[in-house]
Design a protein around this ligand. Structure first.
Ligand SMILES: Cc1ncc(COP(=O)(O)O)c(C=O)c1O
Length: 458
């Protein structure tokens, strides 16, 4: 029988000893604990985590169908890279690549790869641009010492990361006050014989708009004709790659444009899969630099890999395939239109409050609302973000834009599948109430302001 004076026995019988003791956090634990205790310990920490459904900052999927979740749960034990052992998973990856190439209007046979997300896809795509450029230069007997890559200040940080990690000069076109994307006139002065490529964004992290991809394509065609330089374009469709084909099918940005040679898209954003899955798709097989593909003999079979990682999970590749066949074009179109309709509703409500200016609402945009205070209210957008979070737990980001628009602040609400019509109404009301509180009490104390999160969210 358990004794009242035996705390260990009581802990075994009644629960976790970490209820009253410090949790393991520095030293590798000498002893373990029963599984239920470990589960409770982790769950207790996670109780303090933000609620993804109220995270209006993230582009990443926060809800999937139960059937998709079942596929994920049933395939967590399969290592994706083991193509020899799991050939059907490898085949399913290839199916996804072919379907995405088809969605992006590839003219013929193509190639690509699944990745952890758009960041890995961008690093690989940009490496291919560099390898191709170097080969061209070597063949012409020219120097390969100073490669450069041209992109706007509206890109995600991974583009700067690529340049730093892989020794390429970043030729960044700065943004301007009121101008948050780039076009051909911005790109023209930066392109020369050392340009490995131009990166353009479809659905920027900052405002959800696209660069003038048609205009940049025309510029690159002109440069090819007049200067004999064949400069490829990579489109960063991390978010937009799964939005434009369904909301703006007649707006060309993909392989319909001749200079677009590679595209990345995050399956875990508007591809509607949980993190982490991304895709890199080439226009044609020739657009992937052959030297980057490793032929290896692994577990007795020759395999070709083009990744920065090796072992990784299969589950999200399978979940992506589930979504592609489950929704098809009709389903994705229906879901994207719903998100857009709810984003429009939220925009209307914010507009009607008379306090806010909506940013680029009439342009092609991701299903989100980007806005800022229209006048001087005695408080700012960071104060609203803080107040809204304190009152209702919404995570609505406020952030300043990259140079040279760094004096401009924006708020941005993603409208995803988890933000239905009634929650849109609640959110709008909560924003109005947060502003009313601030009307009465004024802006935040400077100590609070220092603690406001200022990132865009991803
Ligand atoms: C335009 C853009 N490119 C790249 C990325 C990086 O994507 P991932 O998080 O899938 O690596 C993001 C993330 O928000 C993005 O918005």
């Amino acid at each position: 029988m358990t004794s009242l004076s035996d705390p260990n026995a009581d802990a075994i019988l009644f629960g976790n000893r970490f209820v009253t003791q410090e949790v393991p956090s520095r030293e590798f634990p000498d002893t373990g604990m029963p599984p239920v205790d470990a589960m409770r310990l982790v769950a207790e920490d996670l109780a303090l985590e933000g609620d993804p459904a109220r995270n209006l900052a993230t582009f990443v999927t926060t809800w999937m169908e139960p059937e998709a979740q079942r596929i994920i749960a049933e395939n967590l034990h399969r290592n994706f890279i083991d193509h020899a052992e799991y050939p059907r998973t490898a085949e399913i990856e290839q199916r996804c690549i072919r379907m995405l190439a088809n969605l992006f209007n590839a003219p013929g046979e193509t190639t690509g790869t699944s990745t952890q997300g758009s960041s890995e896809a961008i690093l690989l795509g940009a490496l291919s641009l560099k390898w191709h450029w170097r080969k061209r230069r070597e063949a012409a007997g020219e120097s390969t010492a100073n490669p450069n890559l041209v992109f706007g200040g509206d890109v995600h940080v991974v583009w700067d990361k690529f340049c730093r990690y892989f020794d390429v000069e970043a030729r960044v076109v700065p943004l301007q006050p009121g101008k948050y994307t780039i076009g051909p006139d911005d790109v023209r002065p930066h392109v020369d014989e050392n340009t490995i490529g131009v990166a353009a964004v479809l659905g920027t992290t900052f405002t959800g708009h696209r660069d003038d991809i048609v205009g940049i394509n025309n510029l690159l065609l002109e440069i090819k004709e007049t200067r004999g330089l064949d400069v490829p374009m990579h489109v960063d469709g991390a978010s937009g790659g799964f939005v434009w084909p369904f909301l703006y099918p007649d707006s060309p940005w993909d392989f319909r444009l001749e200079q677009v040679r590679s595209i990345n898209v995050s399956g875990h954003k508007f591809g509607l899969v949980y993190p982490g899955i991304g895709w890199l798709i080439f226009r044609s097989k020739e657009d992937l630099a052959a030297d980057l593909v490793f032929e290896e003999n692994y577990l007795g079979k020759t395999d070709a890999t083009f990744t920065l990682n090796f072992s990784t999970g299969s589950a999200m590749v399978l979940a992506q395939y589930y979504n592609l066949v489950r929704y098809g074009r009709a389903g994705y179109t229906y879901i994207m239109r719903n998100m857009q309709a709810n984003a429009d509703q939220l925009a209307d409500k914010l507009d009607a409050m008379g306090r806010f200016e909506l940013i680029g609402r009439d342009e092609e945009q991701l299903p989100l609302v980007a806005f800022r205070l229209a006048g001087d209210e005695g408080y700012n957008e960071f104060d609203i973000a803080w107040q809204l979070s304190a009152e209702r737990g919404w995570m609505l980001p406020a952030y300043t834009l990259p140079p040279n628009a760094q004096d401009e602040t924006i708020m941005r609400a993603l409208v995803k599948e988890t933000l239905g019509q009634s929650l849109v109404e609640t959110l709008a009301r909560d924003i109005a109430e947060a502003c009313e509180t601030l009307d009465q009490k004024g802006g935040l104390h400077h100590l609070d302001r220092q603690r406001v999160k200022t990132g865009t969210g991803y």
